[in-house]
Design a protein around this ligand. Structure first.
Ligand SMILES: NC(=O)c1ccc[n+]([C@@H]2O[C@H](COP(=O)([O-])OP(=O)(O)OC[C@H]3O[C@@H](n4cnc5c(N)ncnc54)[C@H](O)[C@@H]3O)[C@@H](O)[C@H]2O)c1
Length: 447
């Protein structure tokens, strides 16, 4: 099939490369000329494991091309994916400007019967607006499909090639059969393609992200209560996660959720409800809890350093909103670092892949280092924000020797509180009792 993908960000690039991998001819278009120029030379604008070989191979075999001429991309395709950004507007609603601008261009420049697929996350009712925008200038028939994307940054290629399910909202048999054919190679192991009406497909994406965000905020609240009552959230998490009705995923407490999706999608769904003169009270609370959680690591550090943050030096490990990505949109590390800088602390930070992005956002107000051990050299405390694998088994003796004070705040519960206390760290994590080593009468651990 001849496919065009408009918008070559995290989603568009992965979708385009994966569809080319199954033999389609794919044109990826974007208004960002620099991005397109880089992609033509196999330079990816994002860090995403497994994506580069796909882009290289399919470009080399001429199945995947990149262009900044959106009009040309539209005129050559029989299936067009809209994968542009839908950032939050000032009132929290999804800003549909880019989606509708592309729809308008599709209407003006289509050269044949088309299936127009919305990949961007858009509120219920957007397909009708897309249809109206295309129809204004269309000279050929077109069909709509709402195809929400469930990929996870950091595992996006795998998620697209081996999806748990594909959700397709369609309005005609033609759209249904074209999309079924397109996705057939990805569901050969029997994973379902779930067809539904378009509004339900649009809603499914928001409901999925809202549910996942709810689990995170719920566990963050349970973790805070565990701290108060002396329970250990790790045990609680395992205790509830083994119930198949609950399941073990997305039950890890931490520094609060971030990224390009959960924060904006929760806000947009709350906004949709308000527009319908109803309220989503659970989701409003989910958002409030998350905002509070993003400040928890700062508060814990403040307690550990007895409120004296002016002039101290703090090492931060992990900047991306989660491991395996360089995405820092709404990252909890940004909230923490801004708080530290406001309080007069100096920050030295490490991340395996997100330093270039962090520099763009924080400039020279933070010192960035290539080695995570360099970050702790002479620091008054270490805070871990992102659970990159390389932080899981560090050389604790080296860290303790490098730190001016052995204070370690672990926002991802990577280490054992008992062992950390035995090694002499003042160690705090999320939802687990702190242990202290008392030296008299005998060296013993107390809660
Ligand atoms: N990032 C994720 O993990 C993820 C997952 C599922 C769904 N989504 C949704 O997919 C959509 C895209 O997300 P993203 O993270 O890829 O965004 P992104 O910001 O990384 O990329 C969007 C791209 O669209 C381009 N663009 C904007 N207007 C354009 C236009 N008129 N013509 C051509 N290109 C244009 C931008 O230059 C940019 O490169 C959003 O609606 C998002 O909510 C994202």
């Amino acid at each position: 099939m001849n496919i065009s993908v408009i918008g070559t960000g995290y989603v568009g690039l992965v979708v385009g490369a994966c569809l080319a991998e199954t033999g389609n001819y794919v044109v990826c278009a974007d208004v960002d000329h620099k991005k397109i120029e880089g992609l033509r030379h196999n330079q990816l604008p994002i860090y995403e494991p497994g994506l580069l070989p796909l882009v290289e191979r399919n470009q080399q075999q001429s199945r995947l091309t990149f262009t900044d001429d959106v009009t040309a991309a539209i005129s050559s395709a029989s299936v067009i994916f809209i994968a542009v950004g839908t950032p939050p507007d000032e009132d929290g609603s999804a800003d549909l400007r880019h989606v509708l601008a592309v729809a308008d261009q599709i209407g003006r420049h289509m050269t044949r019967e088309l299936v127009v697929v919305t990949k961007s996350t858009v509120p219920v009712g957007t397909a009708a607006k897309v249809a109206a925008a295309v129809a204004r200038h269309a000279r050929h028939p077109f069909h709509l499909c709402s195809n929400p994307e469930f990929l996870k940054e950091g595992a996006a290629v795998d998620d697209f090639l081996k999806p748990d399910r594909v959700v397709l909202g369609v309005d005609t048999d033609h759209a249904r059969s074209v999309m079924a054919e397109l996705y057939a190679p990805f569901v050969r192991t029997g994973k379902p393609i779930i067809f539904m009406d378009i509004p339900s497909a649009e809603m499914t994406k928001y409901a999925a992200n809202a549910m996942l965000a709810t689990r995170i905020s719920f566990m963050n609240e349970i973790a805070a209560l565990c701290e108060k009552v002396g329970a250990n959230v790790d045990h609680v998490r395992k205790g509830i996660g083994s119930d198949p009705r609950i399941g073990a995923s997305f039950l890890f407490p931490g520094a609060g959720y971030g990224g390009s999706c959960f924060p904006k999608d929760v806000k947009a769904l709350v906004r949709t409800a308000a527009d319908c003169e109803t309220s989503l009270e659970v989701l409003q609370a989910v958002e409030d809890v998350n905002e509070r959680q993003k400040h928890r690591l700062f508060e814990k550090l403040s307690v550990a350093l007895e409120g004296k943050l002016r002039g101290v030096q703090i090492a931060v490990w992990g900047l991306a909103f989660k491991p395996q990505t360089d995405d820092m949109r709404e990252a909890p590390a940004l909230t923490l670092i801004e708080g530290l800088l406001d309080a007069g602390a100096h920050v030295c930070a490490h991340d395996p892949v997100a330093i270039h992005e962090a520099k763009r956002r924080l400039g020279d107000r933070v010192r960035f280092v290539e080695s995570y051990y360099d970050a702790v050299e002479g620091a008054d405390a270490l805070i871990i924000v992102t659970d990159w694998n390389e932080y899981r088994h560090p050389d604790f003796a080296r860290i303790k020797q490098a730190l001016r004070r052995p204070v370690l705040i672990d926002g991802r519960n990577l280490y054992d509180p008992v062992k950390m206390a035995e090694m002499g760290f003042v160690y705090d994590s999320v939802g687990r009792p702190m242990k202290r080593l008392v030296s008299r009468p005998a060296a013993t651990l107390v809660a």
